[in-house]
Ligand binder design. Sequence first.
Ligand SMILES: [Zn+2]
Ligand SMILES: [Zn+2]
Length: 199
Amino acid sequence: MLKGKIKEVREDGTAVIIAPIDLYKWAHRNYKECYVDFIDSRPLSDKQRRMCYALINAIAEWSGSTTEEIKEAFKMEFWAEQVETLADKIFSLSNAPMSLVASFQKFLIGFILHNDVPLKFSLLDYVDDIQDYVYKCLINKKCCVCGKRADLHHIDAVGMGNDRNEVQHLGREVMSLCRVHHTEMHTIGKKDFFCKISL
Ligand SMILES: [Zn+2]
Ligand SMILES: [Zn+2]
């Protein structure tokens, strides 16, 4: 993975990207295409920072370690897992780019779901990437509304008259719900239900 710079954005929707690629060295490989990944470099928002700290605090309380210890340990762990995609080795929660913190946040949420870390708040309010969250709830058998054990799946018949784009966009194809929330969804209807839980 290489880090390049966007030099110019053209009106026709293409861009000029400069990247330090020594292609002569690899001439025999006949490279013609490459992947482009974007780094959201807006400064980290206070909201995101608060969200990360709330998640880290919950893990710290659950594990009996200090917030600082958990923060450092998770940053290391996260870095080790993403070592191939992280361009910068070290990041700080005070000045990391948004896209990096967004994946760190997903990493924390995955840990919390996987380890049943108890929370004093609704995890749903601390989620940025709904699709990822719904998927992680599903594999960890958690209700994506309340976090309780989910034994029911609500499955939308995508492509059978539903608005396919809308469904996929919101990650609602299959979601795990506890009995209470599944019943509620069918009682008040999907639209009101999603509105209510702000999914
Ligand atoms: Zn529930
Ligand atoms: Zn259902």
